[in-house]
Design a protein around this ligand. Structure first.
Ligand code: AVI
Length: 321
């Protein structure tokens, strides 16, 4: 289990990042097929590009979830009840958690869990200013590892919040394991979680292949980061962003595809790329409502209410632990 420390700061990252990037990169490039974990997208530039993605016209996820949160805030408040302590898995946006905190009946505490120090300071400052009665207790920890029960005050109403469909970036078995851990942590309370839905592949394709090229820049930023932090010499012009929807696996898959046979230096090693060879950088799984509810049951939750928009683009689930 990761050691945990209380801290005044942590960064805004959908998935925890590690400090072992050069080693992880070398290891991922030595596997067949080559891959790099998506948590490495989120250096400062990557976090900023992700923010821009959230505002793209094609990327319906963020705005649809925000509008569902606003529309159903009073339902959440009724289900969650008074004096709740909210743990957010990852450091989210002030706007998103702000909607929930504003709707709840005298929420007692807000605990954003994030692995690294950084831009959470801003989030924590905003939440403290907007919700002075809420005890904001950022926790420096990897939220995918088991979290201590002492996260909550004794006898507290335990609520988890996991928006943004970040669960989609886990494989289905990782998602089940994560949910099982959350069910143990939140026993007696519940989890409010945003999940992107299976839909017209053209809509999904457009969301990850935007016309302004922001997602492509986000993907390629991994190579920029490798050049800076792992003594690499990737030529960005020789790697293409490729993000197809895999209908069978119900997921967007993101790749960086080498457009030529080439040798790239990474941390003192030479890595060979064949023409057309890909580095897998992310999967973004999409669920049907039934599919996700059954995963939640397997993890030990009792799925209760679910909210979706009229176009059934996105869903928010209330799972009792
Ligand atoms: C953070 N996560 C939910 C995003 C997603 O949609 O899978 C990351 C992302 N990748 C490309 N665009 C957005």
């Amino acid at each position: 289990m990761t050691s945990t420390h209380r801290t005044g700061a942590a960064p805004r990252r959908p998935i925890p990042a590690d400090i072992d990037f050069p080693d992880a990169l070398l290891e991922g490039l030595a596997t067949e097929p080559k891959r790099v974990a998506c948590k490495y997208f989120y250096d400062a530039v990557g976090a900023n590009l992700f923010q821009q993605i959230c505002e793209l016209p094609e990327y319906y996820l963020t705005r649809t979830e925000l509008s569902l949160l606003r529309r159903h805030a009073s339902d959440f408040a009724r289900l969650i009840g008074p004096h709740a302590e909210i743990v957010e898995f990852g450091a989210g946006s002030a706007e998103t958690i702000g909607i929930l905190l504003a709707a709840l009946d005298r929420p007692r505490a807000y605990v954003p869990v994030e692995i690294s120090n950084g831009s959470l300071l801003d989030l924590v400052g905003r939440i403290r200013a907007d919700h002075p009665a809420v005890d904001v207790r950022p926790l420096l920890a990897d939220f995918t590892a088991p979290l201590p029960q002492t996260l909550f005050s004794p006898g507290a109403r335990r609520i988890g919040f996991f928006p943004g469909s970040t669960i989609g970036n886990f494989t289905r078995s990782e998602a089940r394991d994560f949910l099982a851990g959350a069910a143990r942590l939140l026993k007696g309370g519940g989890l409010l979680i945003g999940v992107d839905l299976v839909k017209d592949p053209a809509v999904l394709h457009a969301a990850y292949n935007d016309s302004a090229g922001v997602t492509a820049a986000f993907n390629r930023n991994l190579l920029v980061r490798a050049n800076r932090e792992a003594a690499a010499n990737f030529d960005l012009a020789r790697f293409a962003h490729y993000a197809p929807y895999n209908v069978e696996k119900r997921r967007i898959e993101m790749y960086l595809v080498s457009t030529a046979a080439q040798l790239v230096r990474v941390a003192g090693r030479q890595i060979a790329f064949a023409e057309g060879e890909a580095i897998h950088t992310e999967s973004s799984h999409k669920y049907t409502i039934e599919d996700f509810r059954s995963l939640a049951v397997q993890a030990g939750f009792s799925p209760r209410a679910v909210w979706t928009d009229p176009d059934r683009l996105f869903s928010i689930h209330w799972l009792e632990a």
